[in-house]
Design a protein around this ligand. Structure first.
Ligand SMILES: Cc1cc2nc3c(=O)[nH]c(=O)nc-3n(C[C@H](O)[C@H](O)[C@H](O)COP(=O)(O)OP(=O)(O)OC[C@H]3O[C@@H](n4cnc5c(N)ncnc54)[C@H](O)[C@@H]3O)c2cc1C
Length: 435
């Protein structure tokens, strides 16, 4: 049985393992229908195919590193956590990182992931020079902005549907310490939160945690965390020790644990626990607060959960986000940690890349019979405000919203049809959305 991080949906599938390029190529050639899988941190059904799922986790060798430029070449199954373990002590960091380090390089390219620095650095594939891709016909081709450029653009954010990435070269960034100077601010409501994110455009990193259940004048109250890589002279003596301890959620929580009262109580606690101020903290708790609780996805119960993440264009964002939040608060559903981020004006080259200039909201919903109806309503609000949903999180959306939200969809489908006319690379997500 396999699932994404949300444990919904779950399917029975054959899991194949590829260690390196030749095994990946052989697996692709021998299957009529399959999808690549990294570490299964996409939430929904993007890395699921009931026929065959090709795990790239054993393709985990780092191949080359250039100390001058920060260029790293590695196999697609290398985990971001391993890259950070090796390179942070040497003064390098990921150019863009999602909110968990338990993702693979292949997964980061296929979802064209974004981080808290999108407004300045763009999404991950802006920092990718090239990758080798195993195609449906068994060939392995190199793709870059100058070689197989169309295939490069279709694969960045292409959710594994153009081929299986076997290795990649991308650029790390220099950092002077493993610490972040975090500045915390509080916003009383949504308008203030968006204004503060706007004003934080000069911060390298910014993100708002948003209380999705507060209503009225407090609707959208938030805690905003801005961050800079700390300089050595800013560190206190002795510098705070990185706490590498983890705890594991040992079982699926009972569904009744998550209700309007428990979530509201947590949100109140979290808001009060994070007053305005500045602190130097290790990079781990800044970027990956949830990674300290292994298997936290069990918190949402055995039936699993879905994460809803959409982006709305800047002009429509204030009105659209308020409408979304009102609808979510009225439903009484919602997650402990809803996140609001700003996306910058960089135009991603990926044909199906998620970011567009504006604001993105992400939050979790436990799966039950009312959730699907609510998600349909949120999709309609997103579509009506010119927005789109993030495929790496999706488990429920429909083809019409995809078409409305992704203007380069036909371009993507044309490239895909050229390299994979029989749709060998296929996932539950692609089947559901007609991709
Ligand atoms: C706690 C948490 C926080 C997150 N925060 C963020 C965030 O801030 N920003 C963000 O953008 N995302 C975020 N994500 C989502 C996550 O970054 C993406 O879903 C990422 O793609 C997961 O990588 P993975 O290796 O686990 O890939 P998987 O989930 O296994 O696969 C994801 C997609 O990539 C494809 N794929 C994987 N490997 C390959 C390959 N070798 N070749 C071709 N296709 C491949 C799969 O087919 C699938 O379509 C978060 C997820 C979690 C659980």
């Amino acid at each position: 049985m396999l699932s994404g991080w949300g444990n919904y949906p779950r399917v029975e599938a054959r899991l194949l393992m590829a260690r390196g390029r030749d095994e990946a190529r052989a697996a692709v050639s021998s299957e009529a229908s399959l999808i690549a899988r990294g570490n299964g941190r996409s939430y929904g059904d993007a890395a699921l195919n009931p026929n065959a799922v090709l795990s790239m986790l054993r393709s985990s060798r780092m191949i080359a590193f250039d100390e001058e430029s920060g260029r790293l070449t590695c196999e697609a199954g290398v985990m971001l956590a391993d890259i950070l373990d090796v390179f942070v002590p040497r003064g390098w960091f990921a150019p863009v990182t999602p909110g968990t380090k338990f993702v693979t390089v292949g997964g980061m390219i296929a979802s064209d992931v974004h981080g808290k620095n999108h407004h300045g650095a763009g999404s991950f594939t802006e920092h990718v020079d090239s990758f080798d891709l195993a195609l449906a016909d068994g060939q392995v081709v190199t793709c870059s902005r100058s070689e197989n450029a169309d295939l490069f653009a279709a694969t960045c954010g292409g959710m594994g549907l153009t081929g299986t990435i076997v290795s990649a070269t991308f650029r790390l960034i220099r950092v002077e310490s493993p610490y972040i100077r975090q500045e915390t601010r509080q916003a009383a409501n949504l308008a203030e939160a968006m204004a503060l994110l706007d004003q934080s455009a000069s911060s390298t990193y910014s993100v708002a945690w948003i209380d999705c259940l507060s209503t009225g004048a407090r609707m959208g109250r938030s805690v905003i965390f801005c961050g800079e890589h700390a300089l050595p002279h800013e560190l206190p003596s002795p510098p705070p020790k990185a706490d590498t301890r983890t705890v594991t959620m040992p079982f699926h929580a009972p569904a009744m644990l998550l209700n309007r009262w428990s979530v509201s109580a947590f949100n109140e606690f979290y808001y009060r626990r994070n007053p305005a101020g500045t602190a130097i903290i290790p990079y781990g708790p800044y970027f990956y607060p949830l990674d300290a609780i292994l298997a936290w996805n069990r918190l949402y119960g055995r039936a699993g959960f879905v994460q809803y993440q959409c982006v709305l264009p800047k002009a429509a964002a204030a009105e659209g986000m308020a409408t979304l939040l009102r609808r979510i608060a009225a439903s009484g559903k919602g997650s402990f940690l809803a996140v609001l981020k700003q996306f910058g004006a960089t135009n991603p080259h990926g044909m199906l890349s998620f970011p567009m200039e504006g604001y993105t909201l992400a939050l979790d919903f436990a799966v039950d019979r009312k959730t699907l109806a609510l998600l349909g309503e949120l999709d309609a609000i997103t579509g009506d405000h010119g927005g789109r949903i993030y495929l790496a999180k999706d488990a429920c959306s429909r083809p019409d919203l995809l078409r409305r939200g992704y203007p380069r969809l036909d371009e993507f489908l044309a490239v895909r049809h050229k390299v994979d006319p029989d749709n060998k690379f296929s996932s539950l997500l692609s089947q559901r959305l007609g991709l």
